[in-house]
Design a protein around this ligand. Structure first.
Ligand SMILES: Nc1ncnc2c1ncn2[C@@H]1O[C@H](COP(=O)(O)OP(=O)(O)OP(=O)(O)O)[C@@H](O)[C@H]1O
Ligand SMILES: [Mg+2]
Length: 411
């Protein structure tokens, strides 16, 4: 062991005390997003670096992806896949060992793409594996030691200890997320399955009158549809949550799509004498047409399902400025029962269904969660405004295909 000055020893003691404190915090967090935030800020603090990042191996594809970085917005980290060969993080993950690069400009295996994309300069780098129960699940990186210093052996030790605690906390949060979602999902599947089971038992009875059997078959058809919708929505959501869902972004004309959506839901609206008002002019949007259609259809179906007989649904578009970017805002307005302030907060949560509405309509409570993933995946926003007794308006924004040549006026 090298002999250290009292100052250095004192600094190390403070650091280890902080490490213990942070480890305790990590162990008590089960929400993955806030956990990752805590880990990167701890890594930056404990190693005196400019920035830190977490990369995780995707369970299914095996790809190594940036999960969170203190110097990048989440939208910037989303699409960066880091190669397992030809990157420091890849080396750390495949070898399960720490690695320090004191000068990235002299290191051929440094993966430059991230710096180039972010216009950031990584001078030096310390990367350690995230190991949970002897399995490597990703890497934790600290970038640019402050004041022009070099990463030393104490930094390696500290970051390795932090990574060990972080990896276990990440695995626990993931397991918690899965079990939570799975139990809710199984619960949702049980209702249509039980209805199907009861129906088949009834159908087998020899004393069943003929007209009853066709009624039962209609019920079975409805429940089967529900099961299909539920499993499709579940798969959609699982793809979005694991980052495997890819958007196929191309320019398309929005008002034609809105028209198509109204045509589809028209028969459902007619059953309740609900009329439509459409006020949308032609505008080219950059987006995944199929996925946006899914969002609009869900908003329109909701506006019909949660409306009153003889009600109205209005669909409007407008050009707006959103943090210096020109976007199109779509509004879906209904004359339904509205949503209480308390329910408004839960609107984009998985399986949430308003207790007042859940009794008289069918639905999975996943539609809006998926809509949020899709719209945010396009760099847009989705929100609502509602007045109990009057109605609800859902708003969403999408990027224009040619923002610079559009005049900034209402459509
Ligand atoms: N326009 C609306 N007016 C009143 N309540 C609404 C409206 N839109 C949604 N809600 C409430 O929000 C809940 C969640 O909506 P969401 O679209 O996510 O699920 P769902 O319609 O129940 O099922 P599905 O997954 O089939 O769309 C609904 O169950 C309903 O209680
Ligand atoms: Mg819905």
């Amino acid at each position: 062991m090298s002999v250290s000055s009292p100052d250095v020893v004192q600094k190390l003691l403070v650091r280890y005390e902080r490490l213990i404190e942070i480890s305790q915090q990590l162990n008590s967090t089960l929400d993955l997003t806030s956990l990752l935030k805590q880990i990167v800020s701890a890594a930056t603090e404990l190693t005196d670096s400019e920035a830190s990042s977490i990369l995780l191996l995707d369970d299914i594809s095996g790809e190594l992806r940036f999960e969170l970085a203190s110097n990048m917005a989440p939208s910037e980290t989303d699409n960066i896949i880091v190669p397992l060969e030809g990157s420091i993080a890849g080396w750390v993950v495949t070898h399960g060992e720490a690695r320090v690069i004191q000068d990235t400009s002299r290191e051929p295996s440094f993966f430059k793409t991230v710096d180039e994309q972010l216009e950031f300069r990584t001078r030096n780098l310390l990367a350690v594996p995230l190991k949970a129960r002897s399995k490597v699940v990703g890497a934790l990186e600290a970038v640019n030691k402050v004041a022009g210093e070099r990463f030393n052996s104490d930094d390696i030790k500290t970051l390795t200890i932090l990574a060990g605690q972080a990896a276990i906390a990440i695995e626990n949060a993931k397991l918690f997320q899965q079990s939570d979602f799975m139990s809710e999902m199984v619960h949702e599947l049980r209702t249509p399955l039980l209805a199907l089971k009861t129906s088949t038992t009834l159908l087998l009875r020899s004393d069943l009158p003929g007209h009853r059997s066709s009624e039962i078959i209609t019920t079975m058809q409805g429940e089967t549809e529900r099961l299909i919708q539920l499993t499709n929505e579940y798969l959609d959501l699982a793809r979005f949550e694991s980052g495997r869902a890819k958007l196929d972004i191309r320019p398309f004309e929005l008002s034609r799509l809105l028209h198509e959506c109204i045509e589809i839901v028209q028969p459902q609206a007619a059953e309740h004498d609900i009329t439509f008002l459409k006020d949308a002019r032609e505008v080219e949007v950059a987006g995944d047409r199929g996925k946006i259609k899914q969002v609009i259809l869900n908003l329109l179906t909701n506006a019909i399902k949660y409306n009153r007989d003889n009600g109205q649904v209005a669909l409007r578009t407008e050009l707006v400025d959103e943090s210096d970017l020109q976007m199109v805002e779509i509004a879906v307005e209904d004359t339904g029962y509205g949503i209480s302030k308390e329910n408004q907060r839960s609107m984009f949560q998985k399986f949430f269904r308003g207790s007042d509405t859940a009794n008289f309509t069918t639905g999975t409570g996943l539609g809006l969660v998926i809509a949020k993933h899709i719209i945010e995946g396009h760099g847009g926003l989705i929100w609502l405004d509602s007045e109990v007794g009057l109605g609800t308006t859902f708003f969403l924004t999408l990027p224009l295909a040619n923002p610079e040549i559009r005049p900034l006026t209402a459509l």
